[in-house]
Design a protein around this ligand. Sequence first.
Ligand SMILES: [Fe+2]
Ligand SMILES: [Fe+2]
Length: 345
Amino acid sequence: MAKNVYSYDEIMAEHDYAQPHEVMGKLLHGGFDAEGNYISPRMLHRGPAVAQWASNLEARGGKLIDASQKLLKRDNYPNHAQQKFLLQHGLGKTLWDSLTLTGIIEGRGKVFSDVVGPDFQEFFVEDISELAVGHLNKGLHHAHGRDEGGMDNSDIGAHDEMWFVVRDLLFGKDAFAIPTAPEEIGRPEMGRLFPQISKTLEEFLLIYMNILMVEVRAEKMFSFCCELFRDPEMFTDRRDIAEQAAQMVERIRQDEAIHVGYLQAVLSEMRTLTFKTVDGGTISGSELLDPVWEGMVAYHSTTVYDTAREQTRASIVRQLEKLADSDQLIAEFDRLETPLAAAAE
Ligand SMILES: [Fe+2]
Ligand SMILES: [Fe+2]
């Protein structure tokens, strides 16, 4: 019989690493096996558990919601060619800022470690003890938060520190000033989206949906970084260091796969469950969740990119304006942008 129920300690348990994960003198989370392969933190049971819950769902006739790159309808801004253009004109600040902000925002994910969700069983007709949903408060939240922001009072770096290492590998420490991070990135307040259920449950559902889309967008950023760092025409005086930076991004990417995995499993399971409504009735999960999920996907796949594009372009234009022939450079930079239709394919 497959194991479907795990304790908190099992979900949080780590592999026995053969080698610690240390880069630039900084101790980081995860570790290496005897063959030198990177192992993500807290994956001894969490990895197999999420895979098992997902396959159980499919065996029951449920299906996993799409959490792939196909959901995204915009290219990165600036795209590969534009970022290359900026770096070749000595403008590293945009990449520096984006790596720094990614680290700062990742670190904020630590709040997930302090969150104890409501007793989810109360909201469903079916028994959830053998499902991913039944393990949200049994380590899934906490492991996620620790992956992003690290353990309390520990000098082992998590994703925040890992992005700063990537940045410092590429540019050297203190190459530019540290940018100010925006307040919170979340969807603007839209009133009650699930009036049928309790406000607390609604808040948690929206957090899961929002974070899942943030993770899907992050995956796009990882491919972008790896391709850029591995471009033989980039960082030509330090190709080996750029390769090291790309490997660090691959490790973060490997760690993130479980975040997409468990959130995808949780939301997919919830679609097959029956929710108890506040008026004493019930509603099927798919009927409740699908319309809101569609809106969430649309928001992250277009609106978020379009808003960020405006701000990023304004900052890039300000940098280009300081160079000779700036009008021509700005026009050339804009010409390199990925057309909307091509990005949406
Ligand atoms: Fe992360
Ligand atoms: Fe994550």
